[in-house]
Design a protein around this ligand. Structure first.
Ligand code: HEC
Length: 193
């Protein structure tokens, strides 16, 4: 987040709660490595199974409405699943944002827009981003690395245009966003809201 370990460690050391908790869990207290370890342990608890789509895939055909099912087929037919794929419905590859048209044309260059280039320095990584998982996507607006899409409808319209070169008819947009809303799961046995 555009910070550095010196600043992060100093900030946490200034907070009694973090000082005490890290002292209890790690012999050497607050350090960059221990903060990364703590965050990794936390992230491993962020499992949100049993969305209606998961139940549908497990054989419960009624778990999705007709509209949601048709959205799923459109998601497959249009090619969304060539990038948003696997158990996470995304999260397992890097891809350029702007495959069919230049998404970044006509706006001032922002550092975050460079994407993976900022990490690797390789020209072919310019505007390349991690394909995000679409699990729980209905709950995580605004969308994209720059938070430029306020709604799912807007995000899907932009995806179809810039990643697939398609202008979506209203009924496709409605069906696909309905499908995406079926990807909301449960955390520790309770539905996410
Ligand atoms: C060529 C790969 C590719 C294809 C095809 C693609 N996407 Fe994406 N999608 C991405 C990438 C990369 C991002 C992240 C962009 C960013 O962060 O700026 C993304 C982001 C999104 C987001 C925002 C998620 C978030 O949490 O911010 C949604 C929603 C989405 N895609 C849905 C779709 C849908 C629906 C389709 C089909 C119409 C589709 N995508 C097709 C690569 C793709």
């Amino acid at each position: 987040m555009d910070s550095d370990w010196g600043a992060v460690v100093a900030k946490l050391k200034g907070d009694a709660f973090y000082r005490d908790t890290f002292a209890r869990l790690y012999p050497d207290g607050i350090s960059g490595a221990n903060i990364a370890d703590a965050i990794a342990h936390y992230e491993r608890t962020l499992l949100t199974p049993n969305s209606r789509f998961d139940r549908f895939l497990l054989g419960d055909k009624e778990a999705l409405s007709a509209l949601e099912r048709s959205g799923y087929w459109r998601f497959l037919e249009l090619g969304c699943a060539s990038c948003h794929q696997g158990v996470g419905i995304g999260g397992n590859m890097f891809q350029r944002f702007g495959v069919m048209a230049d998404y970044f044309a006509g706006r001032p260059p922002g550092k975050a827009d460079l994407g993976r280039f900022s990490v690797t320095g390789r020209e072919e990584d310019r505007h390349v981003f991690k394909v995000p998982s679409l699990r729980n996507v209905a709950l995580t607006a605004p969308y994209f690395h720059d938070a430029s899409a306020a709604t799912l409808e807007e995000a899907v319209t932009i995806m179809a245009r810039f990643q697939l070169g398609r202008e979506l008819p209203a009924e496709d947009l409605q069906a696909i966003t309905a499908f995406l809303r079926s990807l909301t799961g449960e955390w520790e046995g309770r539905p996410l809201e």
